[in-house]
Design a protein around this ligand. Structure first.
Ligand SMILES: [Zn+2]
Length: 244
């Protein structure tokens, strides 16, 4: 199983969660919301098998923490995965979208200068704006759009730009998410939970709940769960930054 976008450090008891992640044999990308959290998260979990740590600065924190972009940029050389980064155009965060865009652009350009990275990207209410930035900076690496909620047209544009997608149980609950997921190239799809933020039945999703996403993808693809898992693991193996 794969949880490619999980806020492992934000669970009530991250160590306990990480122990079960290891026991279940999950592949997990622990994204961070600020570069200050990256070092601590790395110290706790980076030595565990199949767990990787993303260096991030969440767009919803930009208003207070934009200055941390400089810390992030200095750490890029040490990180293989970058995230959670991106843009948030929802009502609550739209006021600072310009600042968010400057920060996102700066991160992408540092990644590009250093050969590109695998990027876990938030694009709520800002899919077109995120795609504009990715298009401006094609060397930034491989964008994995997490919980994509743009329009069908924006999805087609993302696919044409080479984006990957991580989809979770929460996204696959509704009709819109299912329709989008059904249109994504199967060889560029990964599963995620976005736990503990994303929930199922009023409880935070746990990394092993990606099984729910596998089930829903299976129905969508008309394939049995073991075949879905096989496809997802194959996808993960091919997810690398192309050498320029
Ligand atoms: Zn997230």
């Amino acid at each position: 199983m794969i949880d490619f976008h999980c806020h492992l450090d934000l669970y009530e008891n991250p160590t306990l969660v990480s122990q079960r992640v290891v026991a279940e044999g999950l592949y997990l990308l622990a994204v961070t919301t600020s570069p200050r959290a990256w070092a601590g998260t790395r110290a706790l979990f980076a030595s565990l098998p199949r767990i990787r740590i993303g260096l991030g600065l969440h767009p919803q924190l930009i208003a207070e923490r934009y200055a941390e972009v400089d810390i992030l940029c200095e750490l890029v050389s040490q990180a293989r995965y970058i995230g959670e980064i991106g843009l948030d155009g929802s009502a609550e965060h739209l006021a600072n979208i310009e600042l968010q865009t400057r920060v996102f652009r700066q991160i992408l350009s540092v990644c590009a200068k250093d050969g590109g990275r695998i990027l876990s990207i938030h694009s709520r209410g800002a899919a077109s704006a995120v795609l504009d930035e990715l298009e401006r900076c094609p060397g930034a690496g491989v964008p994995v759009l997490h919980w994509f909620s743009g329009s069908r047209k924006e999805l087609d544009r993302a696919i044409a730009l080479g984006c990957w997608f991580s989809v979770g149980p929460a996204m696959l609950r509704g009709e819109k998410g299912l329709t989008l997921a059904g249109a994504m190239p199967r060889n560029r799809v990964l599963t995620e939970t976005d736990g503990p933020f994303a929930q199922e039945r009023n409880k935070p999703l746990m990394p092993w709940d990606v099984v729910l996403a596998e089930d829903r993808l299976g129905k969508l693809w008309g394939r049995p769960p073991p075949k879905v898992r096989e496809q997802l693991l194959q996808n993960l193996q091919t997810l690398t930054v192309p050498q320029s």
